[in-house]
Write a protein of this length. Structure first.
Length: 88
């Protein structure tokens, strides 16, 4: 089977590794790591949400940062714009 025809099995493991790395960083900083309702790694104190997105067999990730949201939202996930939520 050619490399391009081979199904991707590393993507879920890669996402798990990214989540673990993010949570380790947050925890080492004395903060509380969390998982969003969509399964993304978050830190409420840092205003950080690590978004995962598929592009075919490739798993992309990007950081989504939020400023001071606690006056108008309960979680970092609540701050994600509707059009951003559709990108998966």
């Amino acid at each position: 089977m050619s490399q391009s025809a081979r199904p991707s099995v590393a993507a879920p493991r890669g996402l798990a590794m990214l989540t673990a790395e993010c949570h380790r960083y947050v925890h080492d900083g004395g903060l509380e790591p969390r998982i969003s309702v969509e399964g993304d790694a978050t830190s409420e104190e840092l205003g950080l949400l690590v978004r995962a997105q598929r592009a075919g067999d490739i798993l992309l990730s990007r950081a989504f940062f939020v400023g001071d949201f606690q006056d108008w939202a309960q979680t970092v996930h609540d701050c994600v714009p509707a059009d951003e939520r559709d990108i998966r």
